[in-house]
Design a protein around this ligand. Structure first.
Ligand SMILES: Nc1ncnc2c1ncn2[C@@H]1O[C@H](COP(=O)(O)OP(=O)(O)OP(=O)(O)O)[C@@H](O)[C@H]1O
Length: 319
């Protein structure tokens, strides 16, 4: 069962529109509602181009919605600027896919890690060595890495440094955008184990954005499935292979879990945590659980309807 904690970061009816060729408008996100709960992980999955990174950037205050609100601990932070924005951002930090691209090749790890601490006046120059060693220990790297440069570390080690830098200011929220996607499978596992450990130690709230549902599932308390800029289903993490209802979610899952799960059976409760089957009205596109529904998704705005605690599904008839 997915148990809600305090909401800490919320996207409310958020849309992000970009100008496209021929004077058209591209809706990267359309009326998205998402809630991050304190100490929990929200996974965000979906195919390339569905709007995950755009959403991540808005949650991390690196981009502004065209419409809608971002709320942090209940306060609207959508339009913050200047010092107020800087102070809020320190609580919401981001880990990117390729930390090497974000690190200056001329900076030692020590300087990379301590830059945010110096910027906020939390430590003095004299204290950087000790602070760097402490941060390296937190991500299980030896202290002498503080004198290395980004190019002299493996991808996994660089990502550990990326996580340590993101956690330097002791944020409450970590937004991980494809943070493990560039790594080997075994290294991905290590980084996920590290994130889970840090979450438990610090009651950290995490948004884990990834195109790979199986990876998202391995660490998420709840998973939002995005399709063409919309959230089409929100599922308790461990139930994603068992009770996903939206046809698009099933397409994503079938691509991954086809070896050990039987999706030919009708969708129904498979354990005590699973929601009851939907009681869908006649004519609802989800009665016909097939690819046709996706066409409908392109043309209409899905509205999420709660079917069980932590489980919502987009239904086009509920507006
Ligand atoms: N700055 C921008 N200007 C114009 N269009 C953009 C911009 N940023 C993103 N887009 C478009 O918005 C849509 C969503 O992009 P986004 O990067 O959020 O998708 P994504 O799900 O994160 O994809 P990926 O997994 O490949 O990173 C895409 O069609 C993309 O081309």
């Amino acid at each position: 069962m997915f148990r809600k904690a305090d909401p800490i970061l919320e996207a409310k009816n958020v849309s992000r529109v970009f100008p496209a060729s021929g004077g058209r408008r591209l809706y990267a996100n359309s009326d998205v509602n998402l809630t991050l709960y304190r100490g929990r992980t929200l996974g965000i999955a979906g195919e390339s181009g569905c709007g995950k990174s755009t959403m991540a950037r808005m949650l991390a205050q690196l981009d502004k919605p065209t419409k809608g609100e971002i709320r942090f601990k209940g306060k609207d932070i959508t339009h913050l600027r200047g010092e107020a924005l800087r102070q809020t951002r320190r609580h919401i930090q981001m880990v990117f896919q390729d930390p090497a691209a974000a690190f200056s090749p001329k900076m030692k790890v020590k300087d990379i890690l301590c830059e945010p601490l110096l910027n906020f006046g939390i430590i003095s120059k004299k204290e950087t060595e000790a602070a760097a060693v402490r941060l390296l220990e937190m991500v299980e790297l030896p202290g002498d890495f503080s004198h290395r440069y980004a190019h002299s570390m493996s991808g996994g080690q660089r990502q550990r440094v990326g996580i340590a830098r993101a956690l330097a200011l002791e944020p409450e929220i970590l937004i991980c955008d494809e943070a493990t996607s560039a790594l080997d499978v075994s290294v991905q596992r290590n980084i996920i184990d590290l994130l889970v450990k840090l979450q438990q130690e610090r009651n950290l709230t995490i948004a884990f954005i990834c195109h790979d549902v199986s990876l998202v599932r391995s660490m998420s308390h709840q998973i939002a499935i995005m399709y063409l800029g919309h959230v089409v289903e929100l599922i308790p993490g461990k139930l994603v292979g068992k009770c996903a209802m939206h046809p698009y979610t099933q397409v994503l899952i079938n691509a991954i879990f086809s070896l050990n799960m039987d999706f030919s059976k009708p969708i129904q409760s498979v354990d005590s945590d699973a929601p009851s089957p939907l009681d869908l009205p006649a004519g609802c596109p989800f009665q016909n659980r097939c690819g046709h529904c996706m066409k409908i998704c392109r043309e209409t705005k899905p509205v999420l309807r709660e079917t069980a605690p932590g489980h919502q599904i987009a239904c086009h008839l509920y507006r």
